[in-house]
Design a protein around this ligand. Structure first.
Ligand code: G3H
Ligand code: 13P
Ligand code: ZN
Length: 314
């Protein structure tokens, strides 16, 4: 399937506009109808471009036919400014398959490999993707690992700014994810005053003027959601995200895509826990799932306005 037939766009013009007008396009992860509805409701309401991010495990969970069926069901047109993006593609084959399915953008994440191998694999994805006018995100530097438990991972390494020009020139990718201190999951910082490495971001932006940069692991981890989850039986003590002010600052410095998954996970779980605990007689899933959609729509709306600055850009 061609992504144009699904009413999708690639990231090229979207990122050029985001850099020119100093905002970031939100990349929200989805994995079922409820998350998809919340993201699309919010982006439509806010007139924001949006990137629908699908990880390989989310693709496996939904199944390819169900995923493309849901995108068809959304009845999108190119004026809606919606990208379907493979998040953290792990191989050339995985990216090629996503392109065949109708994705308009793919990430090849070879950031854990040595520099030359990262270039080589990214280049191969770019060759395939560009034949279909699909855009490609690559990554240099390694974020801390996905955290599902109450632990902090130390396994990260910041992007080395002196590598970025050589990488992009050799690999030909359309955007670059960099590591400046964010990490995946709900446990990102030990202390409230921990700062992202804006010196690295500034250096990279100077070396790659006008080039789209991407921030992964950028959930804000709203504390009201953490409190609500804990109040209704969850155990998420010490969950802490990236400060809103720092995220806003990044959008002024060529970060034109900000990835958020954990915040919507928290919203889904917080709303569900509250609805089930406060209505113990309920056994109609549509009731608690509606609360989850409402909460996630609100999170997307707030972040589009307060973090991304991407509202009223369509
Ligand atoms: O960056 C990782 C995303 O949060 C996706 O996580 O593989 O559990 O869907 P997942
Ligand atoms: P969070 O875990 O901070 O939401 O990051 C999501 C992400 O980077 C998806 O690629
Ligand atoms: Zn990520």
């Amino acid at each position: 399937m061609k992504y144009i037939e699904l009413g999708l766009v690639n990231t090229r013009e979207m990122f050029a506009d985001a850099i020119a007008r100093k905002y970031a396009v939100p990349a929200f992860n989805f994995y079922n109808m409820e998350t998809l509805m919340a993201i699309l409701n919010a982006s439509r309401m806010m007139r924001s471009p949006v990137i629908l991010a699908v990880s390989e495990s989310a693709l496996k969970y939904m199944g390819a036919d169900m995923l493309t069926g849901m995108i068809m069901g959304a009845n999108l047109s190119s004026d809606d400014g919606v990208v379907l993006h493979l998040d953290h593609g792990s191989s050339v084959e995985s990216c090629a398959r996503a392109i065949e399915l109708g994705f308009s953008s793919v990430m090849i994440d070879a950031s854990k490999l040595p520099f030359d191998q990262n270039v080589e694999i990214t280049k191969r994805v770019v060759e395939i993707a560009h034949k279909h006018n699909v855009t490609v995100e690559a990554e240099l530097g390694v974020l801390a690992g996905i955290e599902d438990e109450n632990t902090f991972s130390e396994n990260s390494s910041y992007t080395n700014p002196s590598d970025v020009e050589r990488f992009v020139r050799a690999a030909g990718n359309d955007s670059l994810a960099i590591a400046i201190g964010t990490s995946h999951g709900a446990y990102k910082r030990r202390r409230d005053d921990e700062e992202l490495r804006f010196d690295i971001l500034a250096d990279v932006a100077t070396r790659l003027p006008g080039f789209p940069l991407v921030l992964h692991g950028a959930s804000n981890i709203p504390q009201n959601l953490v409190t609500q989850i804990n109040e209704f039986g969850g155990k998420l003590s010490g969950a802490r995200g990236i400060d809103v002010t720092q995220l806003r600052r990044a959008t002024q410095m060529n970060i034109c895509k900000i990835n958020v998954d954990s915040d919507l996970r928290l919203g889904f779980v917080a709303a569900t826990r509250r609805a089930l605990a406060t209505h113990p007689q309920n056994f109609n899933p549509r009731e608690f799932l509606s609360s989850a959609i409402t909460t996630m729509t609100q999170i997307c709306t707030d972040e589009i306005r307060d973090i991304m600055g991407s509202d009223k850009k369509l």
